[in-house]
Design a binder for this molecule. Structure first.
Ligand code: ZN
Length: 198
């Protein structure tokens, strides 16, 4: 009986600690592209919902917003919002042929993530395009949070997803490696501390 009570207290304490972490804000600019116009907004919204769920699964509070108009500041934000541009194609971007997106983790400001919808959509249907878009955004946002281009051997931070990974995504989202979960929380804790000491 007493033991149960103690466990209850420690669980509560854990919840309180996590609640102090800052909220990650991501502003998404959709510049038009491959997915059919009607389906496009739906795909993006569903992908953002899935990406939010993936981050919430590791206790990261994230909020996606549309970059159109003038977004209001968010209380307890982890610094400036991360800017994501959803482009129709790679254009003259300096990336490899197969890359669906790239991030600039060390950029001090401006758009730090570019997604190429023609490569994400490929010949996939709406459902898989949505799942891939969510994973691509989570992967690149993680690079920006961690401020590194490092990859993990498995999961969402794997350098190249193979067929088996994509099949897995269709059933359940790819997981974060333990080291990524740790690094993400260390980085977010730094933002929270900075906000308190400034
Ligand atoms: Zn990567």
């Amino acid at each position: 009986m007493k033991l149960d009570w103690l466990v209850g207290i420690s669980m509560l304490a854990g919840t309180c600690t996590e609640a102090q972490e800052c909220r990650l804000v991501v502003d998404v600019r959709d510049t038009g592209g491959q997915v059919e116009k009607d389906a496009r907004g739906e795909v993006l919204m569903a992908a953002e919902t899935l990406a939010t769920k993936m981050f919430r699964g590791i206790d990261v509070d994230i909020r996606f917003r549309s970059a159109s108009g003038r977004p209001k500041p968010v209380a307890n934000s982890c610094g400036a919002p991360i800017l994501v541009s959803i482009n129709s194609g790679a254009g003259h971007s300096p990336v490899s042929k197969g890359a669906m997106a790239y991030a600039m983790p060390f950029a001090a400001s401006g758009t730090v993530i570019h997604v190429f919808m023609d490569r994400v959509a490929g010949s996939n249907g709406v459902a898989l395009t949505t799942i891939l878009l969510a994973h691509v955004m989570v992967h690149e946002i993680t690079h920006v949070i961690e401020k590194t281009g490092e990859h993990s051997p498995d999961g969402v931070m794997k350098a190249h997803w193979e067929r088996a990974d994509v099949e897995q995504m269709k059933c359940a989202p790819l997981q974060f490696a333990e080291k990524d979960v740790e690094q993400i929380h260390i980085a977010l804790a730094r933002y929270s501390t900075a906000a308190l000491t400034e």
